[in-house]
Design a binder for this molecule. Structure first.
Ligand code: NAD
Ligand code: MG
Length: 393
């Protein structure tokens, strides 16, 4: 029996993870659940899954959850505070940690799981984009098993041999596929009028709000390029992105001999989640079967720089000075939050992200430790906020 902690259990990845776990009660047990805001949802999850621990980083919310669980006769212990997220990620009673918090807030608990040598299922791409080499080092030092949950990276991982030492010799380059999001065919000149509702309405995937906006700007793919650089130890020019509107080919590995390996399936995050849980075995995921005769053509196109300027910032960050990826990620978290709050125009997201990338440079101290990176993250957010205020005046 494997015991699982879910960081961000009320989110889109979190609930999909619980769905897969529920299909395999003989193999997995929920050890801990956590959420930021939604007390009602976490309460319902705790009553259904009866974990040993439940965490809410906000102490007042933790207090409310504790009281309501007590009333309901639950024996789950509730912990409050951000440190508690690290505790459930590194607890000796845990085998598997699903890192499904959104944003840089997930870095510390993901690192805690890595250092404690857990099987670490990484959905939280911002954590690896920010943590970079430190993140990979923690995985290695802790003896953790890092498994990608992002569907593209899971696809690449599934196309590679289990023995990682063979990867470098095998890979010529990889192709990350992108759906192109809701604005793939929209006139780029009209992108200034886009509303949050339009931006989060993804054609193929149902996801959290932040990643949905990232998909609309293709900043999601930019973060995924950086994520792939670390997960598969690639150079910037070994990572290519193609738009594939059907979201059936989840990504491809082009081998040294020019053989192309792809992973296909219906767009359903339960497939990469199930693979992360059961690797190297395979378990049922609940996903529906891909109907190859359904008449969907598979098409591929190059991403247009005018429509998706954010995408190209990834290579700029990878080729830039150390700390550039952390700057890009922090700027994007701020611009997306401002857009969702109706405080910033959609087309300004990539502009301000680029400005932060070009105007800021990490100091030596900021790239010498994880704490340094977190202060670079905070400094970039302040800089981005200034630019956002100016852009909306
Ligand atoms: P979501 O917004 O639906 O859920 C986020 C979860 O994290 C929630 O449970 C929330 O309570 C918790 N959370 C948010 N901020 C927090 C904080 N500061 N501290 C602690 N907990 C916090 O997001 P999602 O769509 O599930 O995405 C989660 C991560 O997975 C993101 O990094 C995203 O890029 C990645 N991802 C998601 C999908 C998808 O299909 N949804 C696919 C690939 C990758
Ligand atoms: Mg993805």
């Amino acid at each position: 029996m494997k015991r699982v902690s879910i960081l961000g259990s009320t989110g889109s990845i979190g609930t999909n993870t619980l769905d897969v776990l529920g299909r395999h009660p003989d193999r997995y047990e929920v050890f801990a659940l956590s959420a930021m805001n939604r007390v009602d949802e976490l309460l319902a999850q705790v009553l259904r899954w009866k974990p040993r621990l439940a965490v809410m980083p906000d102490e007042a919310k933790a207090h409310e959850l504790r009281a309501r669980l007590k009333e309901a006769g639950s024996r789950t212990e509730v912990l409050g505070g951000a440190q508690a997220l690290c505790d459930i990620a590194s607890h000796p009673g845990v085998d598997v940690v699903m890192a499904a918090i959104v944003g840089a807030a997930g870095l510390a608990p993901a690192l805690a799981a890595a250092r404690a040598g857990k099987r670490l299922l990484l959905a939280n791409k911002e954590a690896i984009v920010l943590g970079g080499a430190f993140f990979m080092h923690a995985v290695e030092e802790g003896g953790a098993t890092l498994l990608p949950i992002d569907s593209e990276h899971s696809a690449i991982f599934q196309c590679l041999p289990e023995d990682r030492t063979q990867w470098a010799r095998r890979i010529d380059h990889i192709v990350l596929t992108a759906s192109g999001g809701p604005f793939r065919t929209r006139d780029p000149r009209t992108l200034s009028d886009v509303t949050p509702e339009q931006a989060v309405a993804h054609p193929n995937w149902v996801m959290g709000r932040k990643i949905s906006v990232d998909s609309a700007t293709m900043m999601n793919k930019a973060l995924e390029v950086i994520e792939a650089r670390w997960l598969f130890d690639l150079k910037p020019d070994q990572i290519r992105v193609l738009i594939h509107p059907q979201s059936i080919v989840h990504s491809m590995v082009v081998c040294r001999d020019q053989s192309v390996l792809a992973q296909l399936g219906t767009p359903d995050m339960r497939v990469p989640i199930a693979y992360g849980l059961s690797f190297p075995e395979r378990i049922t995921s609940g996903a529906s079967r891909l109907d190859l005769l359904a008449g969907k053509d598979l098409s591929f196109e190059e991403a247009d720089e005018h429509r998706f300027p954010g995408l190209f910032l990834s290579w700029q960050a990878l080729r830039g000075a150390e700390g550039s990826a952390a700057i890009l990620n922090a700027a994007n978290e701020e611009t997306v939050a401002a857009f969702l709050d109706r405080g910033l125009r959609f087309d300004r997201i990539a502009q301000i992200n680029r400005q932060c990338l070009e105007e800021l440079q990490a100091t030596h101290d900021e790239v010498a430790s994880v704490d340094g990176l977190l202060s670079l993250d905070a400094r970039t957010r302040r800089h981005a906020q200034g630019l956002i205020v100016r852009a909306t005046r």
